[in-house]
Design a protein around this ligand. Sequence first.
Ligand SMILES: CC(C)(COP(=O)(O)OP(=O)(O)OC[C@H]1O[C@@H](n2cnc3c(N)ncnc32)[C@H](O)[C@@H]1OP(=O)(O)O)[C@@H](O)C(=O)NCCC(=O)NCCS
Length: 249
Amino acid sequence: MKSGPTASRVSRRSDTTAETNERVTPVLQRTNLEISNVETAMRSSRFGQWFSQHCRRIPWRDRMLALIVKVEGGQLYSTTLRAALLRWYDVEVGPYSYGSLLIPGNADRHTVIGAYVSIGPNVRRFGAAHPMSSLSLHPFWYNPALGVVPIGSDVPRTAISIGHDSWIGANVTILPGCRKIGVGAVIGAGSVVTKDVPDFTMVAGNPARTIGTRLTESERDALLDAKPWLLPPAEAARALISIRDKPRG
Ligand SMILES: CC(C)(COP(=O)(O)OP(=O)(O)OC[C@H]1O[C@@H](n2cnc3c(N)ncnc32)[C@H](O)[C@@H]1OP(=O)(O)O)[C@@H](O)C(=O)NCCC(=O)NCCS
């Protein structure tokens, strides 16, 4: 995988249910955070690995991919989905993230989605606009994929990094002007995001404007320090709990 906010440590670790319960339960009793008895490690399959490497051009690939994702426990856990999105669409997705931007084709290329990101239904991310200063706006005259203009004529396409543990509400449109959504940020339902969104900031509306900031300054600092989104779920829970239980002056 390329560099980016994807949590490499999370993807390599696998925490068993027994380990999870043994380490986390005593601390959980003092909080309302809970970990249920499910296996939370990312899941892969040999067929999935082979499929993502060799089936890029087959007509039924998206239906087959959907089946493999189901077998691997869904979007939250499927490593084949992540491999296919990266290889076929240039969309990088961190562990435990889920939602409509993980549906092939919903995010333009150069999209990097962090770990533990929640994405509501019908979210789209666009990395380019039709060329407004050109005589014609039709993609025939700028998109080499359509075979009319030579490679290299494409419009500029922006990249975006969507921060760990952010939440994007339903029906959000992210336009090319937004290149970064910060960690822990919230995008309100139906928003049209035209600019960067700082860490822990809540934005909403069309165009999206700041409506608030999440958490206290010391909680935000503690999260940025502990980076629970780089940890597998059991360890992340412990990190969150220790922040929550820290005595405040
Ligand atoms: C963004 C959100 C989390 C804010 O919730 P909240 O903190 O309870 O905010 P409030 O309802 O108190 O609204 C605060 C202000 O922002 C405005 N606002 C909130 N959400 C908005 C939205 N989606 N679009 C436009 N304005 C919005 C409110 O009108 C209010 O404005 P005012 O202060 O001028 O009256 C919530 O409104 C939202 O959009 N959630 C997404 C739900 C969703 O998509 N779920 C499915 C996917 S999981």
